[in-house]
Ligand binder design. Structure first.
Ligand code: ADP
Length: 401
């Protein structure tokens, strides 16, 4: 099946057109600066052909019309007719407790997504805009929602409840949800495949380290704990987000600095993490470069970042009662040999021995043959998971009709 995968943000739409039989992306692209007169569409076809278009793209509907235009174009296109898009799969950030798996989008599902807006005020509204736009432009094409939170919905209560009055969970649905679910799912399954083992028999820890960072404890193929929480702010240190801290700090800082709720939100989500500590950059490449030139605050940022991953690695191995594989993914996890080496340093006691050469050469297996626990570097592919789920759901519906 040929599926258009859409990841709609507030001012950008990332897309991939995937052939699910071949598990292959025929085209990929991104529309940026939606809402501005100088929006940019970058489109790349699988054969290396690419095009950039600058124009006025005022909303998500126009952006998706541009994407279809370039997909249909004689010189850069990949389809002859709109109907060649057999289904559309959307990345939806927050499914709350309503959605524990991918679903065909109906009016009832759209209502469910609207009900969850409060849980993800920045992310769910643009996801909904994309869904509504496709409904208008491709009215007969089935659409599927794939949730970032779905993989974590089977966590036990001891992992998802916070130490606050239980009534608040009931009243406001305050609990750990976790994110990056499609990525943790994809790389944990891929790890089992690489190791030639059944995922049902494995305890895997996955570290998705990108702009946003999270880890998951995946036991017998299910996420039993994860570092992100009610929002994607909790857990690991990230490019611009603080991750874990004493909750009282927020109130203390707000009082001391006279910050409003909005300003506190910006401080913790946009000005903290690597950028906040280093004062240099939110990009790990620049942090490592500055650290190597002796920049002290960049070294702190690097150390805090890697130390926290190490701590959760120990915590999750204990939580699962063992460990069979440790996986790195995401922009930093896939590309930074320095970060992987620092995280895995001095872990021989728990059976982790990184192989320096394999790590530098970005191999799939980066631990030594003598390492009791294999350490893997697996490029994530969330779009493929979305496309596969979409095609499966649409096929099932065809069978039932
Ligand atoms: P997102 O979370 O937005 O999907 P990515 O997973 O693409 O982001 O990760 C982006 C981050 O990956 C960048 O901010 C950068 O810090 C990091 N990164 C990319 N390449 C490298 C590299 N060679 N070395 C270290 N970090 C890298």
């Amino acid at each position: 099946m040929k599926v258009l995968v859409l990841n709609c943000g507030s001012s950008s739409i990332k897309y991939q057109f995937i052939d699910t039989t071949e598990k292959f992306a025929l085209a990929k692209g991104v529309v940026e600066r939606i809402g501005m007169s100088s929006a940019v569409l970058s489109h790349n076809r699988h054969d290396g052909d690419g095009i950039k278009i600058v124009g006025e793209i005022l909303d998500h509907t126009i952006a998706i019309e541009y994407v279809l235009g370039v997909m249909l174009s004689k010189n850069h296109g990949v389809i002859d007719d709109k109907d060649d898009i057999e289904a559309v799969g959307h990345r939806v950030v927050h499914g709350g407790e309503t959605f524990s798996g991918s679903v065909l989008i109906t009016d009832e599902v759209i209502q469910g997504l609207q009900d969850n807006i409060e849980l993800a005020p920045l992310h769910n509204p643009p996801n909904l805009k994309g869904i509504q736009a496709v409904k208008r432009i491709l009215p007969g094409t089935p659409q599927v929602a794939v949730f970032d939170t779905a993989f974590h919905t089977q966590m036990p209560a001891k992992a998802f409840l916070y130490g606050i009055p239980y009534e608040l969970y009931k009243k406001y649905k305050i609990r750990r949800y976790g994110f990056h679910g499609t990525s943790h799912l994809y790389v944990s399954r891929k790890a089992a495949e690489i190791l030639g083992k059944n995922i049902e028999d494995l305890k895997i820890i996955t570290a998705h380290l990108g702009n946003g960072c999270s880890m998951a404890a995946v036991k017998n193929g299910k996420s039993v704990d994860t570092t992100m929480g009610f929002t994607p702010l909790e857990g690991l240190l990230m490019g611009t987000r603080s991750g874990d801290m004493d909750p009282w700090l927020i109130l203390y800082i707000m009082g001391k600095e006279g910050l409003s709720l909005n300003e506190a939100n910006t401080l913790l989500n946009k000005h903290s993490g690597l950028i906040g500590i280093s004062g240099e950059s939110s990009d790990m490449r620049e942090i490592v470069a500055a650290m190597n030139e002796g920049h002290k605050r960049s070294k702190y940022a690097f150390d805090i970042f890697t130390y926290r991953v190490k701590k959760y690695l120990g915590a999750y191995a204990a939580a699962m009662g063992g460990l069979d594989a440790f996986v790195f993914t995401g922009g930093i996890g896939e590309n930074s040999a320095e970060v992987r080496a620092e995280i895995c340093k001095d872990l021989e006691f728990m059976g982790i021995e990184l192989d320096e050469e394999r790590n530098k050469n970005k191999e799939e297996l980066i631990s030594k043959d003598s390492s009791r626990i294999p350490v893997l570097r697996i490029p994530t592919n969330e779009e493929l998971v979305i496309a596969m789920d979409t095609s499966q759901i649409v096929e099932e519906i065809k069978v039932h009709n």
